[in-house]
Write a protein that binds this ligand. Structure first.
Ligand code: UFG
Length: 329
């Protein structure tokens, strides 16, 4: 069957890596993106339609006459801190926009829907390794918006037969330098790009001058810094394509964790970046950042079992790829 996939938010970080993988595997791809944080240059040979999902009328008219065999939905705002400052903007963008896209899927009879969710739906975890049965208790509007969309997908499955998989990412990192793809947020808040760009000349708002800040070193972990589960963005992209396959035989709404299954502390990240770059990385300890849990690591066994997904790239490869990309950028 000829596959034509609509990728909302396909010009963004994880979206663009998934678009490239779909194109490599022979899928026809149409990207829908408002380009508020994404980049037109990141969609490669895919068709790009500039559209904001919140504009329902524009969405329906721009997609009129097109047929898709599946939808992957990445579009949305993704900064936790910003979501606390501007919660209503987050609900508008992430919830209203998603509702419009889900309604479009139902009306157009597209019953395969893959959604970008987040470990942020779990809030402060009650165990260090989290499986999908963990309570959903988001502690910020970003996580709440993801949980709301998951609920819409469950109800869409029950009432309209929409089949979906929500992929709950842990800490996406890494790049695909050979394809010119990498993490290109402005401002950047994530640890690995902050550490690596601290070694590069300052330009724009992206590079923060001065040493890397470690947000808290008094957590109940071995070295006192927070532990996260870093997962290569190309491994994430592969999970989306596998999810599309899996949806062919699925009815209902499924949620799956996507993480490596092991954790690294902030200090370990800095050390690995020093190893990869061969450079000393100055850092200082700053106060804790609000809302950071001490440890967040995925139990990724369900994605392995159901999708046959196994992450292929370790932390060293994540940082090597990110470093190659930041230097070329
Ligand atoms: N950190 C620093 N210094 C920095 C940046 C981050 O010490 O300059 C620390 C943070 O405090 C945290 C760790 O590095 O302990 C990772 O922080 P990131 O900002 O890179 O990532 P988060 O774990 O905060 O965010 C990720 C996803 C979000 C998701 C969240 C769920 O990027 O989408 O996990 O908790 F919401």
């Amino acid at each position: 069957m000829h596959e034509h996939i609509l990728v909302a938010g396909g010009a963004g970080y994880i979206g663009s890596h998934t678009v490239q993988l779909l194109l490599d595997q022979g899928y026809q791809v149409t990207v829908l993106d408002n380009l508020s944080t994404g980049h037109a240059r990141s969609v490669g040979q895919a068709e790009l339609i500039q559209c904001d999902l919140c504009d329902k009328r524009a969405l329906l008219s721009l997609l009129d006459g097109k047929t898709f065999t599946g939808i992957i939905h990445f579009a949305g705002k993704s900064q936790v801190g910003e979501s606390i400052a501007e919660p209503l903007t987050y609900f508008d963008n992430n919830v209203t926009g998603s509702l419009n896209l889900i309604n479009y899927a139902v009306q157009a009879g597209i019953d395969r829907f893959v959604f970008s969710s987040s470990a942020a739906v779990y809030g402060h975890p009650s165990s260090s390794v989290i499986d999908e049965h963990h309570a959903i208790k988001p502690i910020n509007p970003y996580g709440m918006s993801k949980a709301m969309v998951e609920t819409m997908l469950v109800e869409g499955a029950r009432s309209q037969g929409l089949s979906s998989i929500a992929l709950r990412y842990f800490n996406a990192a890494g790049a695909w330098p050979d394809q010119g793809l990498g993490e290109d947020h402005d401002p950047e808040t994530h640890l690995i790009p902050n550490v690596l760009t601290s070694l590069l000349p300052l330009h724009g708002k992206i590079h923060k001058p001065g040493p890397v800040k470690i947000f808290g070193h008094d957590y109940a972990t071995d070295d006192g810094t927070c532990i996260r589960d870093y997962i290569h963005v190309r491994d994430l992209a592969e999970a989306h394509v596998l999810a599309l396959h899996h949806l062919k035989g699925l009815t209902g709404a499924l949620m799956l964790n996507l993480g490596s299954g092991s954790g690294n502390s902030v200090l370990e990240i800095i050390q690995t970046c020093q190893q990869v770059t061969g450079r000393e990385i100055p850092y200082l300890v700053a106060p804790r950042r609000t809302g950071d849990p001490a440890v967040l690591v995925a139990d990724n066994s369900l994605a392995g079992e159901l999708l046959g997904w196994q992450p292929q790239r370790n932390l060293m490869m994540i940082i090597e790829d990110a470093w190659r990309w930041h230097q070329k950028r």
